[in-house]
Design a protein around this ligand. Structure first.
Ligand code: HEM
Length: 537
């Protein structure tokens, strides 16, 4: 019979053997690599931490480590985490050897379950060797970025705003809604209409809208790929149904009604020999970019404004004075160019809900800032959560919503101890600290469109409606907790419904938000004054 001593010896031996094996298997780290931050659980500790704590896990590690970049040993490799704006810039600039597109071609096939053949086409393993630009990068540079520049948004922006205007017309006075569901679905449906045309799958088969959100909501589990029909059932079948919808759309040639950039993108896929059902999967993936982040951001922006009565008043005054020619028309371009408070609140909202981590694949050993060695085959993460939550960057109120943080500059200012925002250039935040739209090679090409649509939707709500407690309640319970413990593929969602009753403000029936691109706001104002004086005489 084993004695207690035998047991102690056995455990001791096991610990020694375990430590020996661990030391053998541990990756050899070059002293020039960034300092290591270990986890108490070997091999998988950081993976588990990231899965369970999401962006906040990296933010916590960064606060503890206080190094601008550090190394996380994971399995038999490692990942580097960048937590300083200056180093983020260095990583962005080294785009030849720290590649975003290599990572994308690893992630997309898992997201939309591409077959091997299509995955091989996307990865284009010989591209670097043969000095060719991968197809997905070409599509972004040649079609997507140029056709989403501010001066190209007239037509598509007009369609989107028209969709919003029609939507607001259908709202019944006193209608009760869960604000999150209500707004996200409208922004998503409008975006699909504007980008994929009136015959888009979601317009023809409205049940696909919820199928899409089921897929998007279960993406992380789906991408793990362990028996996805069982472990990520809703996401799996949501993706299959949306794929069927897009297959029918492509087979029927309905892409002819889509925005030009998507037609060109689809042609590039077809030219590479990608089959229609596989192209359909790539279109489902594109819908995340086009329709998800802006939907969720609109909700938080509206929550943040309406939950603060004084701020709501100030923003109403700003829009009325600076973006409305007559009481019935809001000029969307003036929202962008002449409403600093609204824009500041927009950016501050995203600072708090978009702790997005951007990755780069190290294709060759690279030294950044003449100091840190990043080894080939590893992944570098620019940790948006760590950067957005750092009091050394943003000031002592980093965790608070400060509507004035971006009032004087789009990069923001580090606040004073009392939360006031200095105007001085010396307190201006480093441009690479703000990660809501990524940066460098992966800077979001849709950011101008996003700003246009989100500000337009918000202004229409702010000027057109009061949001009151639902029947039977005496107050609106604003600020739902954020679901920020998940590994972020998109901006953070709320963890509960936000129920409100929508009351139309007096005299705002027929309110429209339009682009008014052809003339500056000042010109429009003077034209209006002229017209009014002519009418009066
Ligand atoms: C508030 C709204 C939005 C946010 C917060 C956002 C955020 C981002 C971020 C962080 C990235 C870089 C991803 C990475 O580095 O890993 C990105 C990429 C991208 N976004 Fe956006 N985005 C928004 C709206 C849009 C819109 C409206 C469109 C299209 C109309 C769009 C299209 C894209 C595309 C195509 C990419 C991929 C770029 C590439 O592969 O180089 N986004 N977005």
């Amino acid at each position: 019979m084993a004695t207690t001593l035998d047991l102690v010896i056995a455990i001791g031996l096991a610990v020694v053997c375990g430590a020996f094996l661990f030391a053998l298997a541990r990756p050899k780290i070059d002293p020039r690599e960034p300092p290591v931050v270990s986890s108490p659980i070997p091999f998988v500790g950081h993976l588990v931490g990231m899965m369970r704590g999401g962006p906040m896990y990296l933010a916590d590690l960064s606060a503890r480590s206080r190094n601008p970049v550090f190394t996380l040993p994971i399995l038999n490799g490692r990942s580097y985490v960048v937590a300083s704006p200056a180093l983020a810039s260095h990583v962005q600039r080294a785009s030849k050897t720290l590649q975003f597109d290599r990572l994308v071609t690893e992630v997309i096939p898992r997201m939309v379950r591409l077959d091997k053949r299509t995955t091989t086409i996307l990865r284009d393993a010989k591209a670097d060797e043969e000095k060719r630009i991968r197809m997905n990068v070409r599509v972004i540079h040649d079609y997507i970025e140029p056709l989403l520049k501010p001066d190209k948004l007239d037509e598509i922006g007009d369609t989107q705003l028209q969709h919003f205007n029609d939507f607001f017309d259908t709202i019944k006075d006193g209608q009760q809604v869960d604000l999150y569901h209500f707004l996200t679905r409208e922004v998503f449906v409008a975006s699909m209409y504007s980008f994929y045309g009136p015959e888009n799958p979601f317009n023809l088969h409205s049940e696909l809208v919820e199928e899409f959100w089921k897929w998007e909501g279960g993406l992380v589990l789906l991408m793990l790929g362990v028996l996805p029909q069982l472990t990520a059932r809703d996401a799996y079948y949501g993706l299959e149904r949306c794929t069927e919808g897009f297959t029918e759309y492509l087979e029927a040639g309905r892409i002819k009604g889509a925005y030009k950039m998507l037609q060109l993108r689809q042609k590039a896929h077809a030219d590479e020999g990608i089959s229609i059902p596989q192209q359909a999967r790539l279109e489902v993936g594109m819908c995340v970019g086009v329709g998800v982040n802006a939907s969720i951001t609109s909700f938080w922006l509206i929550n943040n404004i309406f939950s603060r009565a004084e701020l709501l008043d100030e923003i109403r005054t700003e829009i009325r004075s600076n973006a409305m020619v007559t009481s019935g028309i809001i000029y969307a371009n003036a929202l962008r160019d002449a409403c600093p408070l609204l824009n500041s609140v927009y950016r501050e909202t995203m600072r708090l809900i978009a702790p997005l981590t951007t990755g780069r694949y190290v294709v060759e050993d690279t030294v950044i800032a003449d100091t840190y060695l990043l080894k080939k085959g590893m992944i570098v993460q620019i940790a948006g959560g760590a950067l957005h939550q750092n009091p050394d960057i943003w000031g002592p109120d980093v965790n608070e919503f400060n509507p004035h943080r971006f009032l004087y500059h789009q990069f923001g200012h580090k606040t004073n101890a009392d939360g006031s925002v200095p105007e001085s250039k010396s307190s201006q935040v480093h441009p690479a600290a703000y990660r809501a739209f990524g940066g460098g090679q992966s800077l979001c090409p849709g950011r101008h469109f996003a700003q246009l649509e989100i500000l337009a939707l918000t202004a229409s709500m702010v000027m057109g409606f009061d949001l009151l407690p639902p029947e039977g309640s005496d107050r609106v319970i604003w600020d739902p907790p954020k679901d920020d413990k998940k590994f972020p593929l998109a901006v953070t969602k709320p963890m509960r419904a936000l129920n409100v009753r929508m009351k139309r403000r007096e005299g705002t029936g027929g309110l429209r938000c339009v682009l008014g691109v052809s003339k500056s706001f000042t010109e429009l104002k003077s034209l209006d004054a002229l017209q009014n004086s002519t009418e009066a005489t």
